[in-house]
Design a protein around this ligand. Structure first.
Ligand SMILES: Cc1cc2nc3c(=O)[nH]c(=O)nc-3n(C[C@H](O)[C@H](O)[C@H](O)COP(=O)(O)O)c2cc1C
Length: 310
């Protein structure tokens, strides 16, 4: 019997595969669809202090090997997500709240609000715009550290950070040093690859409206970068910090590769947006088949055991 269950911060997930924050998880109806699917857990849309309409449309486009988007964090505000926690928890799955902000006080206020709910885990989204003239928070190491210290001081729930992709070993090392010195229990890696440009050569036009067509890239384009981030952080982080892998997971093979690189849980963004809730059962089955063929019965049998060429 093949078992694809996983444990994060003492919370049991029947399946290691769930949705990523963003696509199809903004309203209660959408979240219930995830809760009644084969997803191992439910992740809510990143929420901010006030509800946001987000950027003008078109702001998401399916493209050849994935997606490009500049949504601008449309969400119903943290109070809405806090209020629907009891309803979502009634489906019996682990529930993860995703928190976004532009300053540490905003993160603090939302974390404090979720403390008094029975949400299981908090995912702190650091891929948010900071002040003008500075990069997004995840690329501003000082600001990232400040937010993690504030969250560590107030959170009564297990929490982790959702990170943007890094590309340079020195940046992995710098971020890993900060992470190893916080009360964090996991990272989610990676968020979209920022500021990509997709062009429709026929109309000679960009495909999304905000920011002159620049947007975050998801899907098959980003799997190698996501795997590299999972692998590098697996090498650099204290073993008690778990890794949630996300980026271009469409098949059981993709899922297998992420676990092999060191991931504990997996999230689906673009592929879930394209295929809808049945994707969780499909990928779970495919992963079980691969494990069965290889003679693995649990994820621990191969987690992190990627081989290198000597
Ligand atoms: C339409 C859309 C909205 C997203 N919104 C969020 C969000 O609110 N919070 C967040 O942490 N990530 C957000 N993301 C990023 C995804 O969670 C994920 O990290 C990224 O798309 C890479 O995974 P993928 O290749 O499976 O799409 C969004 C992605 C998409 C496509």
């Amino acid at each position: 019997m093949v078992d694809i269950s996983a444990n994060l911060s003492g919370i049991h997930f029947d399946s290691c595969i769930m949705n990523a924050s963003g696509p199809l998880d903004t309203t209660l109806d959408e979240l219930v669809d995830i809760a009644i699917s084969a997803a191992g857990g439910v992740v809510m849309k990143s929420c901010t202090i006030e509800a946001r309409e987000g950027n003008p449309s078109p702001r998401y486009m399916d493209i050849e090997w994935g997606s490009i988007n500049s949504m601008g964090l449309p969400n119903l505000g943290y109070k809405y997500y806090n209020e629907i926690v009891p309803k979502l928890k009634s489906y019996g799955k682990p529930l993860i709240a995703s928190i976004a902000g532009v300053a540490s006080e905003e993160y603090k206020k939302i974390v404090e609000a979720f403390n008094s709910s029975n949400v299981d885990i908090l995912e702190i989204n650091l891929s948010c715009p900071n002040v003008v003239g500075k990069p997004q928070i995840g690329y501003d190491f000082e600001m990232s550290e400040e937010i993690m210290n504030v969250v560590g001081d107030v959170s009564e729930k297990p929490w982790g950070v959702k990170l943007p992709p890094y590309f340079d070993f020195i940046h992995f090392e710098e971020m890993a040093t900060i992470l190893n010195n916080t009360k964090i229990s996991f990272i989610v890696s990676i968020n979209s690859i920022g500021n990509a440009l997709f062009i429709d050569w026929n109309s000679e036009k960009v495909v999304i409206k905000p920011k002159g067509g620049f947007g975050g890239l998801g899907g098959k384009y980003i799997k190698p970068t996501a795997l590299a981030n999972v692998r590098k952080f697996h090498e650099l982080l204290n073993k008690k910090i778990k890794i949630v892998g996300v980026g271009g997971i469409y098949t059981g093979i993709d899922a297998f590769e992420f676990i092999l690189s060191g991931a504990t849980l997996l999230q689906l963004g673009t592929s879930f947006s394209q295929e809808g809730p049945p994707i969780f059962e499909r990928i779970s089955k495919e992963l079980c088949q691969i494990m069965g063929k290889k003679g693995y019965t649990t994820l621990d049998d191969f987690r992190g055991k990627l081989k290198v060429i000597e």
